[in-house]
Design a protein around this ligand. Structure first.
Ligand code: NAI
Length: 482
């Protein structure tokens, strides 16, 4: 092995689908031209893997390569919409627990956008493996589908920590958590409260909170006020596409999926099937992802060199067709223009960058065992075409002799029995709340007995035990419930 090869950092490269290979090839050429010392290991995922019958879209060799190199440069992968295989992207993020998705949106010189001149330079840190993206879905009835929104204390803490650590690595001064804690008090509420705990470890950084809808509004009204925004998976998915739009569009939005062990760098955009194969894709987002990769492996000089050459190219008005129309360059000519500017500086300085330090949270930080835990009842979800009055009468007859009383019935979260005077439309999916009269008499068998009795007359789908943890209800009330 030559001395220079010995210094090279092994990198797994997944060219991806659609325009993936075009933008990945462009980026690898430039990483090299800028002095990046990388040793590529090319593997596949996505379409090719699905075609080969690999249901996850990620072959074993790809997993082995990532486990070895720990650093991935990845093009976009196609995912069928609505039906078919699961997303290979989501598989990769989950498999390697890359729990924080870092998505910078910085105004780039010479790139037109409705917000040009405002000095936007913000980062969305999106939780990457939990929330609705856990993909746990069930048809509750033939007419009602359910997706579980799972949020863990660990997930909230580590993505919050990643947001503050990233802010610190770039000398940024504020981190805002954006949640919907006013409506989803337990899931989004946990995100808010865990964020606040982590914030106390970073006294030099200002921590704030915004409701996600207000955050979206503020991002359009005054985007330059933001530094780092941290949020749950679904919120972050939507918000970060919005922030890409603020600085010129998807063609300019890079990202990093970061975990304690593995980091994966990819553009925010997808496979762009409408332009794939024509050699016109804008490689900027992929190149900027490559710049993030170089900084991750502490090759700061090469990163800055490539970033400056890209900035200068854009600053001189050299663009691809997505923003310059027919006058724009194809991918290859655009890459040549950047390569010709390697070693030159643009008028846009590089940000401050230091190593991103992430250390696993100690178990004690994420364990919140309650002192007391009292069972107070059960919510049974069942299918019925009946109206609430008929349903309540039948259920009350069915549970005579059990320790439970029927407290309330709701339909898609709104109380429909006892009547509150509201007249919501009812679908065939009810939640029936049974409360145990004397919690000291609760036994697991009592729940099984309850389900057995209900099961004689109705199809029930699932049951949720109702618990009071340290004197606080571990469940929410229905809309209208007292
Ligand atoms: P998309 O991002 O591929 O395309 C949206 C629009 O932006 C298209 O008009 C496209 O031509 C344009 N565009 C995107 N990137 C561009 C670039 N670099 N240069 C010039 N124009 C560009 O989003 P879409 O159409 O919703 O998704 C297509 C496929 O990509 C789907 O299968 C989707 O699942 C997948 N996808 C993969 C992602 C990933 O691998 N991380 C992320 C997003 C989507």
């Amino acid at each position: 092995m030559s001395p220079s090869a010995a210094k090279r950092h092994p990198i797994t490269i997944i060219p991806g689908d659609g325009i993936g290979r075009e933008v990945v090839d462009a980026t690898v050429v430039l990483l090299d031209a800028a002095g990046g010392q990388i040793e590529p290991d090319y593997v596949v995922a996505g379409h090719v893997a699905f075609e080969a019958g690999i249901a996850s879209g990620v072959p074993e060799e790809t997993i082995a390569s990532i486990a070895r190199t720990k650093v991935v440069l990845k093009g976009p992968l196609a995912t069928p919409v609505g039906t078919g295989n699961k997303s290979a992207n989501v598989t990769l993020r989950k498999f390697f627990e890359t729990f924080a998705n870092i998505r910078p949106a910085r105004e780039l010189p010479g790139v037109p956008s409705a917000f040009a001149g405002r000095g936007i330079d913000l980062v969305v840190v999106r939780e990457n493996v939990e929330d609705l993206y856990a993909g746990i879905e069930h048809m509750q009835t033939p007419n009602v589908a359910q997706c579980l929104k799972l949020i863990s204390r660990l997930g909230c803490q580590r993505v919050s920590q990643a947001a503050f650590a990233f802010a610190a690595s770039q000398g940024r001064s504020s981190v805002v958590a954006a949640t919907k804690a006013n409506i989803m008090k337990m899931t989004e509420g946990m995100f808010k409260s865990e964020f606040e705990k982590v914030a106390s470890d970073y006294p030099q950084i200002t921590a704030g909170h915004l409701l996600i809808d207000n955050c979206a509004h503020q991002l359009v009204i005054k985007p330059e006020q933001f530094d780092v925004i941290v949020t749950t998976n679904m919120n972050g998915d939507i918000l970060s596409d919005l922030t890409s739009g603020l600085v010129g569009g998807l063609g300019f939005a890079p990202s990093a999926n970061i975990g304690y062990d593995v980091a994966m760098f990819e553009p925010v955009h997808g496979t762009a099937p409408d332009i794939a194969g024509f050699g016109v894709a804008n490689p900027t987002a992929m190149i900027l992802s490559g710049v993030m990769l170089l900084r991750h492996i502490a090759q700061f000089e090469a990163a800055q060199c490539l970033e400056q050459a890209l900035f200068l190219t854009l600053e001189e008005g050299i663009h691809t067709r997505d923003i310059a129309g027919e006058a724009g360059l194809g991918t290859r000519d655009f890459v040549d223009a950047i390569a010709a500017r390697i070693g030159k500086s643009s008028s846009t300085p590089a940000r401050e960058h230091h190593e991103l330090k992430l250390t696993p949270l100690a178990g004690v930080d994420v364990d919140s065992s309650p002192g007391s835990r009292i069972k107070v009842g059960a919510d049974v979800f069942l299918e019925s075409q009946e109206g609430p009055e008929v349903l309540s009468e039948r259920l009350q007859r069915l549970i005579v002799g059990t320790p439970y009383t029927l407290k309330m019935i709701s339909n898609r979260g709104t109380q429909v029995w006892p009547s509150t005077g509201a007249v919501p439309t009812c679908v065939d999916h009810y939640r029936c709340r049974f409360i145990i009269t004397d919690p000291t008499t609760w036994t697991p068998e009592s729940v099984l007995d309850l389900l057995g009795r209900i099961g004689h007359a109705y199809r029930w789908m699932h049951v949720e035990k109702l618990e009071r943890l340290d004197g606080t209800d571990g469940f929410t009330k229905a809309q209208g419930e007292n």
